[in-house]
Design a protein around this ligand. Sequence first.
Ligand code: SIN
Ligand code: FE2
Length: 216
Amino acid sequence: MPSASRRSLRFPSPPLPPEGFRYFPGALDEGEQRRLLGEVLARVEQAGWFQPTMPRSGRPLSVRMCNLGPLGWVSDRDGYRYQPHHPVTGAAWPDMPPALVRLWERFTGWPDPPQCCLVNFYRPGARMGLHRDEDEEARDAPILSISLGDAAVFVIGGRERRGPTCRLRLSSGDVLVLAGEARHAYHGIDRIVAGTSDLLPEGGRINLTLRRVTHR
Ligand code: SIN
Ligand code: FE2
């Protein structure tokens, strides 16, 4: 006679997000989203977007990027790294809007301030392959992620690239915190769901990823 455990083996439950994954749907109302977007875009327009490329191949990623704060994440033929200046213009990154620092404090409670806000711009069709955030020295600090504009299908697994993953639709105003195990998990963006938000005048999605990079 099949035991209960046999049955649960035959019908495994869908994978759950890892420990430390915290999801706050609709955390920012529309007014907050518009204000934040305005503050971010004013800075990005002044600094300029850049087109990151893959380390060895030099193939362009499908997202465009910019950074705010003292350190910015960049990727080109020389690899992934943080640097204090824009890779095209050589100028220092614009400052981090104080509203973002307040969101970091409120959602992460981490004692040290964020040093980098990576701004990712996804047009419909753009995606982000499965990866782990591991270019930071302070990998014990959580990551804060804010979604603005069109929805996206977010995928998260565990520490193994080929392990089981689960999916979640991120909408404009949603906030995620990756702490604990989730801080070290493979994750990515499978696709953008075009036409789901009119926050960005020309459509698309902006993701703000705040990180602590160095130890104090
Ligand atoms: C990332 O993991 O770098 C971005 C995730 C997102 O766009 O939500
Ligand atoms: Fe990431």
